[in-house]
Design a protein around this ligand. Sequence first.
Ligand SMILES: [Fe+2]
Length: 236
Amino acid sequence: MCSAAHPADSLNWTELAAAIDRDGFALTPPLLTPDECAAVRDMFDDLDRFRSTVVMARHQFGEGVYRYFAHPLPDPVARLRAEFYPHLARVANTWATRLGTPAFPLDLADLHALCAAAGQHRPTPLILRYGPGGYNCLHQDLYGEVVFPLQLAIMLNTPDADFTGGENVFVEQRPRAQSRPMVARPTLGQGMIFTVRDRPVPSPTRTWRRVTLRHGVSEIHTGSRHTLALIFHDAE
Ligand SMILES: [Fe+2]
């Protein structure tokens, strides 16, 4: 197995932006080495690193457990967030221009200042763990008025070796049309960039219209599946 990890600056952002525009999500090359994936998986059991734990069944969110990191965010969480944000902000700002909405700052610290002004102070990066029977209901990760429109999730296990089942599911809702289902199956260390809430698509009658995306995870049949999810806006 190739153990190289690709820094954000080395990715083909023209291709990625085109895929995100077309489908609302895109897979990246591996962003973490197998050793880095193992190290992040191991963080899950180190409770001091986290500000809260959510047992999904208690909220009818699905079946599994996730934990939100506390500050200071560890490496590679902080590094990946800082590396990816400027690239994703350019995609977000193309969308903002199309939709006639305010642009996002190109610096992550400035996004967090906007969040703080709206009462959103808590960090949102998280690790999710699912066992057999685990799943995640379709949802959107909204934590207040400030919503950065793209997020990044990284697969921390090897599909078909560490777990079976457990595909990433996306459902796109277009106005007055039936929903479009899509499935992604990232390999170890691979990233998925996807739409948090909605994005502009060309409209036959107007220049651009919004389509919404919800995401979830299908049932894990066997084994254990971990994901690192990097949301860029802070939470209330
Ligand atoms: Fe999510």
